[in-house]
Design a protein around this ligand. Structure first.
Ligand SMILES: *[C@@H]1O[C@H](CO)[C@@H](O)[C@H](O)[C@H]1NC(C)=O
Ligand SMILES: *[C@@H]1O[C@H](CO)[C@@H](O)[C@H](O)[C@H]1NC(C)=O
Length: 622
């Protein structure tokens, strides 16, 4: 019998919407508009504004005072277009609206904005004034472009885009460009370059893709080497192949002008590789998290080498699972510099191409480090272009760092869908905090700590419910706020709720939240700048005994002890429910009339109902 210890860290581990609001660390905007399908599309650092697109509306919020009334533009489609859309068999509310899907800064005064336009994509300019103080936000009259190749027809289809803003502007978009939603392409429009696209209806290039993310990542100091990377998932190339879905990283040279002989106005540098995220079970069977759901690119000091975080789930309905995998650009480049996948004919296997590879190596950008004398892809020999057309895929796959996922969830009734990462300077070192959105409307705040022999320890610091909806979007952090949007509105929430962890040093320490530290009086936000010697925190081990010497009395009163009596030779069910993930439950064995407690030579099994997939840290009773 003895000690079932958990302390004041009995805070509700999952905060519901309501509880979250009561902490004052979340704010929800519903905007009182007759609109839906909100997406945050752009942070405007120069004007300190955030632009949100929804059905028929564009909003501009003041980042300095987010509670201020937003500036609002109503941009519905003309009634005639709406009627045509309905007549073509589309749903009047769900599809025949103008769903805003692209907002990009155009010049100092204007934004470029595109919407689905009731199955007829349109783009226009929005005047936002010279300075934020002018409070200008209006459509530029009479300037409507076609949105084809920039924005999808169907609001349900994902598109991604990147406006490369070295004048004249060039828009790269990965999007379905037809009414039927069958013609997917990576498209280039605007600017002085010719319009470009991927080879049409060529399933070797793109096979029913779902686009997830686009990011410019420089390859060298030479601008001509710049490449735009696309992250997507697509159908496996072969019938009956498992897994059914394949996650991809693809890339193109920004200055690709297509071929001369063939691939005219089509990318001549498009290559793609498979992204692997899998675990091997104890039975040796490999589980593939094959469906890429979201990507977060963590910038580093070296712009050429950001860190790529991917969230993956399992396709099909056999079992539910999701994982986070991390990739390095060094590994990505190694795969793109490696062998090309080759198939002799329909009845052959995919193999590594063994033949002679033409020069310049397919996928090389013109005018770059390796091709200073070829200014355009139109100067490339025909054999290079022909090779590209038939070999868009790399033979090797990109494996995650350490060849395994950073975080895995299986045997749970939810999966991860989105990700954002923060770098946090804590009292005892620097940590990466992952914010992982789930399909039950919650966000889990997770850290992964390195342990001995390449093992890691994962801690779920908290889980908050942001929306009562299954799907939402999460955006890169802005001034210590996490922005989230969904069909019902926009929410921003603080990254930490230190005071929720309780009123004792030990509670604060056991919470192991890198944002928080015990300052002698309370658990509060730790800031590296205002260093105070008395700040106590131990993210790595959560050991309050070392950290909280002198503060013990406070913690002690919250420690729980349960005594369970048993009769020799019989069995007893030891019940003790942990409500915080960082509580370990320790049973000590003590014989009648003895003062000695043992815990090392009895094997005890405790079933912890709510904490199945949570690693329990060892904690000693204070
Ligand atoms: C709100 O929008 C819905 C669907 O778009 C429409 O049916 C309804 O009439 C609108 N209500 C108002 C008050 O405009
Ligand atoms: C920005 O672009 C818009 C649309 O082309 C144009 O009307 C406006 O004059 C431009 N503003 C500046 C400052 O160049």
């Amino acid at each position: 019998c003895r000690v079932c210890g958990f302390g004041a860290w009995l805070y509700s581990f999952t905060l519901s919407c309501l509880e979250l609001k009561s902490t004052g660390t979340a704010h929800h905007f519903a905007f009182l508009l007759n609109s839906t399908d909100y997406r945050i599309l752009r942070m405007d650092e120069d004007h300190d504004r955030m632009y949100v697109g929804s059905k028929d509306y564009i909003l501009s919020l003041d980042l300095n005072d987010i509670n201020k009334e937003p500036l609002i533009i109503h941009w519905p489609v003309a009634p005639q277009r709406r009627t045509e859309c309905v007549l073509s068999g589309k749903d009047i509310n769900g599809e025949c609206g103008n769903f805003i899907r692209l907002i990009e800064p155009w010049n100092r005064t204007h934004l470029y904005v595109c919407g689905t336009g009731a199955y007829n994509p349109i783009c226009t300019y929005v005047d936002r004034g010279q300075r934020a103080q002018e409070y200008i936000f209006r459509l530029e009259p009479g300037k409507v472009d076609s949105g084809k190749g920039k924005c999808p027809f169907d609001p349900k289809l994902n598109s991604v885009s990147a406006l490369i803003s070295t004048y004249p502007f060039i828009l790269y978009a990965a999007v379905y460009i037809d009414f039927m939603g069958t013609d997917s392409a990576i498209f280039r429009t605007l600017g002085k370059h010719t319009a470009m696209r991927t080879d049409q209806y060529n399933s070797r290039w793109l096979h029913d893709p779902t686009f997830v993310h686009a990011q410019l990542i420089p390859d060298s100091a030479e601008k001509n080497d710049d490449k735009l990377y696309f992250f997507f998932r697509e159908k496996a190339s072969e019938m009956g192949q498992t897994p059914m879905a394949q996650s991809r990283i693809g890339r193109i040279c920004l200055n690709d002008d297509g071929g001369h002989c063939c691939l005219v106005n089509k990318w001549s540098t498009f290559l793609k590789a498979r992204l692997i995220c899998s675990v091997t079970g104890s039975d040796g069977i490999e589980t593939h998290f094959d469906e890429l759901r979201d990507v977060y690119i963590q910038k580093t000091q070296d712009t050429k080498n950001p860190v790529i975080y991917g969230v993956f789930s399992v396709s099909g309905s056999v079992f539910k699972g999701s994982a986070v995998c991390v990739y390095s650009m060094a590994d990505v480049r190694m795969v793109f510099n490696g062998p090309f996948a080759h198939k002799e004919g329909p009845n052959y296997q995919w193999v590594a191409y063994q033949g002679k590879i033409p020069y310049p190596r397919p996928g090389t950008c013109p005018g770059g480090t390796f091709t200073p004398n070829m200014k355009s892809t139109k100067d490339y020999p025909d054999e290079v272009i022909n090779f590209m057309r038939n070999h868009p895929t790399m033979f090797n796959a990109v494996y995650p760092v350490h060849k395994r996922p950073l975080v895995v969830r299986t045997n749970v009734d939810y999966e991860f869908t989105t990700i954002t990462v923060d770098q946090v300077a804590a009292a005892d070192g620097n940590y990466e905090v992952l914010f992982l959105g789930t399909d039950r409307g919650t966000i889990q705040k997770v850290i992964v700590l390195p342990r001995d022999d390449l093992q890691t320890e994962e801690l779920v610091l908290e889980e908050v419910e942001v929306f009562r909806v299954r799907s939402f979007f999460m955006f890169p952090l802005h001034f210590q706020q996490l922005y989230v949007s969904s069909v019902v509105g926009v929410t921003h929430l603080a990254l930490h709720r230190c005071d929720v962890y309780g009123e004792a040093c030990a509670d604060c320490c056991l919470a192991r939240d890198p944002y928080c530290a015990w300052d002698g009086k309370s658990c509060s936000r730790y800031s590296a700048n205002q260093k105070r010697r008395s700040r106590r925190q131990d993210v790595k081990y959560g050991n309050p005994i070392r950290q909280c010497r002198g503060y013990n009395s406070n913690a002690n009163k919250n420690t729980l002890e349960t005594v369970q009596y048993g009769v020799e030779g019989s069995t007893a069910f030891l019940e003790c429910q942990a409500r915080s993930p960082h509580v370990s439950i320790k049973w000590h064995f003590q014989k009648e009339n003895s003062d000695r407690r043992r815990e090392d030579d009895v094997t005890l099994k405790t079933e912890i109902m709510d904490a199945k997939n949570i690693s329990l840290s060892s904690q000693e009773k204070i």
